[in-house]
Ligand binder design. Structure first.
Ligand SMILES: [Zn+2]
Length: 411
């Protein structure tokens, strides 16, 4: 399988890149790549920096930009950097350049767009999500280039836009406009989610269904409930009636944790502002994470039937509207070469057994899977993505770069 000697040399080389990792993170953090949906400038500046760096390493870098007049230059960049291998089959690592806004800056201990290093921790917006993916894949490639190694497979590093706000200008655009780039025999790794110990390899997703439930009754003074129709009381009964969903859709799939579909009431909109008014309108939301074996249309029908039945008893009307609906793609098989290659690499580098399984959804890998391209989502996380004081661990970046290098060097 892998050339042990070659891998050992690359792994050792990577150990000398600590300062380069910090420097690269510093450059990336300083280039604000918040997308225009969140009022940011987009990825243009970060992409220009990365393209120049990769060309400086001698790599061919293609750009497949998606038009978007909300950003300077009118385009959202999608880069692919190529390391020619002995064979045309590719191993892909897809990371995203955009970041989410810092949020309330008062919650940050330092400027989100200025790198701060404290021991093993590298702080700044994007350090984990998704600079971790960018830096680990670039460093693995750098070590291979610096040692003059020609990898067995061609390595393709995709650095895309718009992951945080829907992927239309990123991976979706790439798959639509350049479908020839990807082949089912390619290994596709998406370092954009994972677990603290680096063993979670995500291969499947539940379908996501977010529903808004609106109850209409009649508002009145709380001293005369007989004159109104109380939607909050009806709401409580509707929520209890929806507990039945778990029994209607009982399938278990051990790929997932939890192994069952889940149906959680979550957000509740405010109703009346004062205590002595009976509310005549209530709105709440249901977050459903449904196993791929079930059709979302059936779930929606059941929610409406159960909810209407409960609401009717209080002479309250119920409207059910989808807010988000994403049917999951077929799972990446557990025996897919990309899963096996990651399992071997994780065992070699971390001495741990990988745990390939499904998650509650949704990652960008779903778009690959919908096209019949087996993709695996994997990285070692600090679980600080999207949070104030986001950080990534230098030790995890080094370890994960070694895992990617192991995959790059396997025949
Ligand atoms: Zn991400």
């Amino acid at each position: 399988m892998s050339d042990k000697n070659l891998f050992a040399r690359v792994a050792e080389r990577l150990g000398t890149y600590q300062q380069q990792i910090i420097d690269l993170q510093r450059e990336l953090v300083s280039r604000n790549a918040v997308g225009p949906d969140h009022g940011g400038p987009g990825e243009v500046e970060k992409a220009a920096f990365l393209a120049a760096l990769l060309r400086d390493w001698g790599l061919q870098v293609d750009n497949f930009p998606a038009p978007d007049d909300r950003v300077a230059g009118g385009e959202r960049p999608n880069l692919v950097a190529w390391v020619p291998g002995q064979r045309p089959e590719k191993v892909w690592v897809l990371s995203h350049m955009d970041v989410v806004p810092p949020g309330d800056e008062a919650l940050w201990d330092s400027d989100p767009f200025t790198l701060r290093v404290e021991g093993d921790r590298i702080y700044g917006r994007g350090t984990e999500d998704d600079h971790h993916g960018i830096v680990t894949s670039l460093m693995a490639v750098k070590a291979i280039l610096d040692l003059g190694i020609e990898p067995p497979r061609t390595i393709a590093l995709a650095l895309v836009s718009d992951e945080e706000t829907g992927n239309e200008k990123g991976l979706i655009h790439l798959l639509q406009e350049q479908p020839q780039l990807f082949a089912p025999e390619d290994l596709i790794i998406v370092p954009d989610a994972g677990s603290l110990d680096g063993t979670l390899v995500e291969v499947a997703e539940k379908s996501i269904l977010w529903l808004r439930l609106t109850l209409e009754g009649k508002q009145c003074h709380a001293s005369r409930p007989d004159l109104g129709r109380n939607t909050l009381r009806a709401c409580a009964h509707v929520i209890l009636a929806l507990e039945e969903l778990a029994r209607e859709f009982p399938a278990e799939n051990p790929l997932f944790r939890p192994a069952v579909s889940t149906f959680e009431p979550t957000k509740k909109e405010a109703n009346v502002p004062n205590i002595n008014t009976i509310p005549g309108r209530d709105v709440f939301y249901l977050d459903c994470r449904v196993l791929p074996e079930y059709d979302l249309a059936r779930v929606k029908e059941k929610v409406l039937a159960l909810g209407e039945d409960a609401a009717r008893r209080f002479e309250v009307s119920l409207q059910v509207e989808p807010v988000q609906e994403l049917s999951s793609a077929p799972a990446t098989p557990l025996e897919a070469p990309v899963v096996k290659a990651l399992e071997r690499a994780i065992r070699e580098v971390y001495g741990r057994e990988a745990n390939p399984r499904g998650i509650g959804g949704g990652t960008v890998a779903a778009f690959f899977r919908q096209k019949g391209l087996p993709a695996a989502v994997w990285m070692t996380v600090s679980q600080t993505a999207h949070q104030p004081n986001e950080f990534s661990l230098l030790s995890n970046i080094l370890g994960d770069a070694r895992v990617l290098a192991h995959v790059f060097l396997e025949d």
